[in-house]
Ligand binder design. Structure first.
Ligand code: MN
Length: 295
């Protein structure tokens, strides 16, 4: 059974609440730093003199939440599993990157302790610092789809969701070959499960034991880890692309991107743009006089 540890800072009011709540379960404090201790069948409660509350045990998270504990990472999966996530799907320039990674039960608390969570909630600086330090410890598989290939596939009738499905499935099956014995897989949900499998109907190998979760990055440590590895890879690829193209390509799909499209079209033309941008995004049509042929 997974053991959860939850710790956070409390004030006098919360301390009194906790004390009253667990008065029947009170234990003698284990050392001088401890103000109050209690033990239920599923949870050990320790309140330190520094007003730090530590809840430990199977039910730690639920119990702590009674007293106002909140955490972005509300891990729903606390045993060994794999998970995948993607980045770059909202960026006009730069590739789509999908990562799948595996975490065992022990690593989940380590991932928590390192502050790893949804890449969207972390700075690029933190991600660039931490990923190289930990990436070798966790079995993973990374797929990069550059925009030249992306544009060809879109012309062939793929859409963003069918591409994501193919990439997630491929990353998970690569990881499965590498690691083996994986109990189950978690995908940060981007479409209904039946559509997901419909997209994969012609694939050679389909990973079936998948749990689809919205906000998967905050429920699965493997999805969170995959999200930061994918972001790290995306940022590296963007740097390479900037150097290769000679343009300081902006992220996202906003005004700066529109300005860059104008500049690139004027200086290098559409064929060049097709190599580095997702030209089916609205930005292209918006910035070309003639309507773009995308089919
Ligand atoms: Mn995601």
């Amino acid at each position: 059974m997974a053991t959860n540890i939850v710790s956070w800072s409390i004030d006098e009011e919360i301390y009194q609440k906790i004390k009253t709540f667990y008065i029947e379960n009170q234990k003698v404090p284990s050392n001088d730093y401890v103000l109050f201790m209690a033990k239920t069948s599923d949870c050990t409660i320790t309140i330190y003199k520094s007003y730090k509350a530590v809840f430990q045990g199977k039910d730690a998270l639920n119990e702590a939440m009674i007293f106002g504990y909140t955490n972005d990472n509300n891990w729903l999966f606390t045993d060994s599993h794999a998970g995948s996530d993607e980045v770059g799907t909202g960026d006009y320039f730069g590739p789509i990157v999908v990562c799948a990674s595996y975490v065992d039960q022990k690593s989940i608390s380590e991932i928590e302790a390192l502050g790893i969570k949804d890449s969207k909630k972390l700075s690029d600086g933190f991600i660039s610092d931490i990923v190289p330090k930990i990436i070798k410890k966790y079995p993973h598989s990374i797929l990069v789809l550059d925009n030249e290939k992306y544009n060809v596939l879109i012309r062939q009738g793929w859409n963003m969701n069918s591409l994501k499905a193919a990439l997630h499935n491929k990353a998970l099956s690569n990881l499965n070959k590498k690691k083996g014995g994986i109990n189950y897989f978690v995908i940060d949900q981007f479409c209904a499960p039946n559509n997901y499998y419909q997209y994969l109907k012609d694939s050679d190998e389909v990973i079936r034991n998948v749990k689809f979760e919205t906000k998967g990055e905050s429920k699965s440590a493997a999805v969170a880890l995959s999200s930061i590895i994918a972001r790290y890879t995306f940022l590296k690829k963007m740097e390479e692309l900037k150097k290769k193209s000679g343009y300081d390509l902006p992220l996202g799909a906003g005004n700066l991107v529109d300005e860059m499209i104008q500049k690139i079209l004027k200086e290098r033309g559409m064929e060049f743009l097709k190599k580095i941008a997702k030209v089916n995004f609205k930005n292209t049509a918006k910035n070309t006089q003639e309507r773009l042929e995308v089919d």
